[in-house]
Write a protein that binds this ligand. Structure first.
Ligand SMILES: Cc1ncc(COP(=O)(O)O)c(C=O)c1O
Length: 375
């Protein structure tokens, strides 16, 4: 049987990884400035992470959500400590799309409405409602196009107000900073107007923190740069540092009932151990602060390269804007310089998403390599 051929592949076969380094089957070392789409938050195979998962594996790796699993409570507790989101409840699932799917469903259960407002260039995953609120025709099948979704531009408060005041909107979903779309975000005035409009009109505000959460932007959650309070927050990617896990933080006003949501694998013992290990390392190594520090250093280095027209993003969720398409540059960085980077919907943007414990010396290596390919 062949694999269903949906991924264009780079010709690299990693067999091991440590920290920011990935090693292929020929022994070639690569520097990972992309973290497999923003997943690697604490570095590959972090010793504490490996130990915690191994220890859990020796105890119990899985049982369904029909029994007590105290690790889930521990995880919720640690999440509150680090995020300061203390009047939310936690639902655990397995991926970012699944987190958003559950968030949208919950919003609709809560206010009994069904139209969703989402944003141009947004990405929320590939499942039913999550893909329907994703601004990409080509990944929406006819079955997904049945959902009622209105896509708006950022910072247009007038259009937002008129759509919400129609009365049929169940939720507004947005990425705190757009990832795949190209590192754009609304301004604080818009964020705050959105927050108030949602509250006044019984509309659930969903912050998709699947990519921007877990300290990546220099705060635990990206929306925390704007002093707003979403009703629902979705998480995944950096949460498990590669272990498939996702979650939904649900404000207490949204009530649970037995059977309302459910999953076989979500919140299993191994996923909780991986997620706890990530939070422990974020805390012990003060990595959210490091994301801010390394951002400043990165900006300074970028300013020395004239071909870089702009640096987008916050913390270590970064994009380098060029005035040419970066596809070839990414290939050169991989095959000549052995560095992984990312692309975006905006083809002129090079996405940089390293682990949050990256150092200035490693950032220097990146800019030396970039310089070599640009000059
Ligand atoms: C902002 C955002 N939301 C949701 C998703 C979907 O996550 P997953 O691929 O885990 O389903 C992604 C994935 O790239 C994402 O960037």
């Amino acid at each position: 049987m062949n694999l269903f051929d949906v991924y264009p592949l780079y010709n690299v076969t990693p067999v091991s990884a440590k920290g920011i380094k990935v090693i292929d089957d020929k022994g070639q070392e690569y520097l990972d400035f992309y973290g497999g789409h923003a997943v690697i938050s604490i570095g590959h195979s972090h010793p504490h992470y490996v130990r915690r998962i191994k220890e859990q594996l020796d105890q119990i790796s899985f049982y369904s959500n029909a029994i007590h699993n105290p690790l889930q409570g521990e995880l919720a507790e640690k999440l509150v400590q680090q995020s300061n989101c203390n009047d939310y409840n936690l639902f655990l699932c397995n991926s970012g799309a699944e987190a958003n799917e559950n968030a949208l469903k919950l919003a609709s259960f809560h206010n009994n409405k069904s139209r969703v407002i989402a944003f141009k260039n947004g990405f929320h995953g590939r499942t039913s409602a999550a893909v329907a609120v994703t601004d990409n025709e080509t990944i929406n099948a006819p079955i997904n196009k049945q959902q009622k979704v209105t896509f708006l531009e950022f910072n247009d408060i007038k259009s937002l107000t008129s759509e919400i005041e129609k009365g049929d909107v169940c939720a507004v979903i947005l990425e705190a900073i757009q990832g795949v779309g190209g590192l754009d975000e609304p301004n604080t005035e818009y964020y705050q107007a959105l927050d108030v409009l949602c509250k006044d009109n019984n509309v659930i505000l969903i912050a998709d923190e699947v990519q921007s959460g877990y300290g990546r932007t220099g705060k635990f959650f990206g929306f925390q740069h704007h002093n707003i309070k979403p009703d629902i927050i979705t998480i995944a990617k950096g949460m498990g540092n590669g272990f498939p896990v996702g979650g939904v933080l649900i404000q207490e006003k949204i009530k649970a009932s037995y059977g309302l949501l459910g999953t076989t694998f979500g919140g299993n013992h191994l996923a909780c151990a991986a997620s706890l290990a990530v939070l422990e390392v974020l805390e012990q190594e003060d990595l959210v602060r490091n994301a801010t520090k390394m951002h400043s250093y990165f900006i300074k280095k970028a300013a020395t390269i004239p071909q870089i027209k702009k640096v987008k993003g916050r913390g270590l969720m970064l994009g380098l804007q060029f005035d040419f398409e970066v596809g070839e540059l990414r290939k050169k960085l991989i095959y000549n310089q052995y560095i992984f980077t990312g692309g975006a919907k905006d083809k002129t943007l090079l996405r940089i998403l390293p682990a949050l414990n990256i150092t200035t010396a490693q950032i220097d290596l990146f800019f030396d390599a970039l310089n070599a390919e640009l000059s």
